[in-house]
Write a protein that binds this ligand. Structure first.
Ligand code: NAD
Length: 518
């Protein structure tokens, strides 16, 4: 067994449900190898029942430093491995992810409370990015440019960066890691992962599968490291000068803390931060389609997606009609244990999320809003330590202060509009810039929304909700969302450094710009 696998399999203690235990074991996690000092171990709770799932090791400062050291030490050998050979490792990882798709989804459901369909979709994203990265491993293209000097060749070559630190959020506990890691590995980097505090089991399983792929493909052991630590430990990773790129996914608050620390040491960041996504429903919209798009985007994953629809602008000519239908749909949404058949909305991740939702609803009402449906806690008697809520729809007179904030819970603020230019300006008036959508059958309107004068977000959709992006298109957003791009298009370039090279085969030494010297 590799050293990395042993680290992955060591830290679990406590009792586990049969399905979680089976899923971990199937992924190669050795539950018998109980590690960690009970005094420094930390618990993972189930959002579905509120029960403590297990205690896991909490890495100490010296463990974090050592893990970064192992990743740094593995870098030269991995850098020098040909990129298509690096791709073979990611190919094998993708095969293992495919084989263990249901096991990983079981862990994601247990830790995050996603429905099995959404959890399976998340694992599928990992498989899809592995596919993309394998192809990318043969396409790390540089350019050649015409030199102004005779007998010279000017070219750009992309080289690996070094150690990449990946910090991930709880709500996409495995996909976002894979978005980064599949590309970083084919680009020749080594990776140190700090998963969210509440999703350590799925992280341990994913890391164990990567360890297996590494062992089978003969790649250097140290190229992937898993840190089981909290935000304090994560700060150590951020500050470490050996980490060339910090790719951090989470709240704007977190990005504000991470960005300056990395900038101070002139490291690189790739920031994927909070969103506050809006959709416009135009008079010509297909309302059946808009209804489904809106409800999935706003209530799916219990409003805990970075791309969750939070602001809906409906043209006044269709506002009553559509709002009534959205409210009726919300009333009929099955809220409950996500593992039960037919349930569409699972729990909030923890009490803090519930309290944030209640505070936002109170603020919205103070600011002139009317709650049309939802917001109440459900199943509290059955699960006193879990937090189920019916997703809320709130009619707002305008975009007040609370509407400018991302509350990471299911609240959809509905507002009306009359003029497209005005509503696009309103849509863009929030600090975040992740995802956006327009529902319309008027192509002119759609094009205006997609133009530079339209949505200012990283993602702009027509007749699709704001959530549910696919691998291949670059994912990320502008303004306070952080400006990062992952999982498609040119995102791979974030994990490499361009080297601009000039080769002189002329036998002369002409200088650029016509400069003469000796
Ligand atoms: P969070 O900001 O609380 O934590 C995210 C991660 O950062 C965790 O691993 C956490 O331990 C770590 N962290 C927190 N403070 C840190 C610090 N100062 N230094 C280093 N690491 C630190 O976010 P969360 O509650 O886990 O996730 C929800 C948030 O993430 C929402 O705002 C959501 O919009 C955002 N999100 C964004 C994207 C995206 O791609 N744009 C994707 C998923 C989630």
């Amino acid at each position: 067994m590799t050293e990395t696998l042993a680290r992955s399999s060591a830290p679990i203690s406590g009792s586990l449900s049969a399905d979680v235990r089976a899923a971990l074991e199937a992924c190669g996690v050795d539950l018998g190898a109980v590690g960690g000092d009970p005094e420094t171990s930390t618990a993972v709770a189930s959002p579905i029942t509120g029960e403590q799932l297990v205690g896991t090791r909490l890495d100490r400062a010296e463990d974090i430093d050592a893990a970064i050291g192992r990743a740094a030490a593995a870098f030269p050998a991995w850098r020098d491995t040909p990129a298509p050979v690096r791709g073979q490792l990611v190919k094998r990882w993708g095969e293992l992810l495919t084989e263990h798709k249901t096991h990983l989804a079981t862990l994601v459901t247990a830790e995050v409370g996603k429905t099995p369909s959404e959890a399976l979709g998340e694992v599928q994203e990992m498989i899809d990015i592995a596919d993309l990265a394998v192809g990318q491993s043969r396409q790390l293209y540089g350019k050649t440019m015409p030199s102004e000097r005779p007998g010279h060749r000017l070219q750009e070559v992309w080289h690996p960066l070094g150690v990449v630190g990946v910090i991930s959020a709880f709500n996409f506990p495995v996909a976002v890691y894979a978005w980064n890691t599949a590309l970083a590995l084919v680009c020749g980097d080594t990776v140190v992962w700090k998963p969210a505090d509440v999703t350590r089991l799925s992280a341990i399983a994913v890391d164990a599968l990567l360890a297996r792929a590494v062992a089978e493909s003969g790649a250097p052991e140290g190229i992937h490291q898993l840190l089981l630590t909290d935000a304090e430990g994560s700060k150590r990773l951020v500050a470490d000068r050996r980490v060339a790129l910090v790719s951090a996914t989470g709240s704007v608050r977190m990005g504000r803390e991470v960005g300056p620390v990395v900038a101070e040491r002139f490291g690189r960041t790739l920031l994927e931060l909070g969103g506050n996504n809006g959709a416009i429903v135009a008079p010509s919209a297909d309302l059946d389609l808009a209804l489904r798009g809106v409800v999935f985007a706003a209530a799916g994953t219990a409003g805990q997606r970075c791309t969750t629809l939070r602001r809906l602008f409906v043209h006044s000519s269709v506002a009553d009609q559509l709002t009534k239908r959205v409210v009726a749909a919300y009333e009929s949404l099955a809220v409950g244990d996500p593992r039960e058949e037919g349930v569409l909305v699972g729990p909030l991740v923890n009490q803090r999320s519930f309290e944030a939702q209640q505070a936002a609803l109170a603020a919205a009402q103070e600011q002139g809003g009317t709650v049309l449906v939802g917001g109440d806690r459900e199943l509290a008697e059955e699960h006193p330590d879990a937090y189920y809520v019916r997703p809320a729809v709130v009619s707002m007179p305008s975009q007040t202060a609370i509407v400018h904030e991302e509350t990471f819970a299911p609240i959809l603020y509905v507002m009306t509009y009359d003029d497209l230019d005005e509503v696009v300006a309103e849509h863009n008036a929030v600090p975040q810039g992740l995802s956006s959508a327009i529902f319309t059958t008027d192509q002119g309107e759609a094009e205006r929304f997609l133009s530079a004068a339209g949505s200012d977000c990283g993602i702009a959709n027509v007749n699709i909700g704001t959530s549910g992006a696919e691998i291949g298109g670059a994912f990320g957003g502008e303004k306070e969302t952080g400006g990062g791009r992952e999982s498609g298009s040119d995102a791979w370039k974030a994990y490499m450094r361009p080297s601009t090279q000039t080769v002189n085969y002329s036998g002369q030494l002409p200088l650029a710009q016509g400069v003469t010297f000796i």
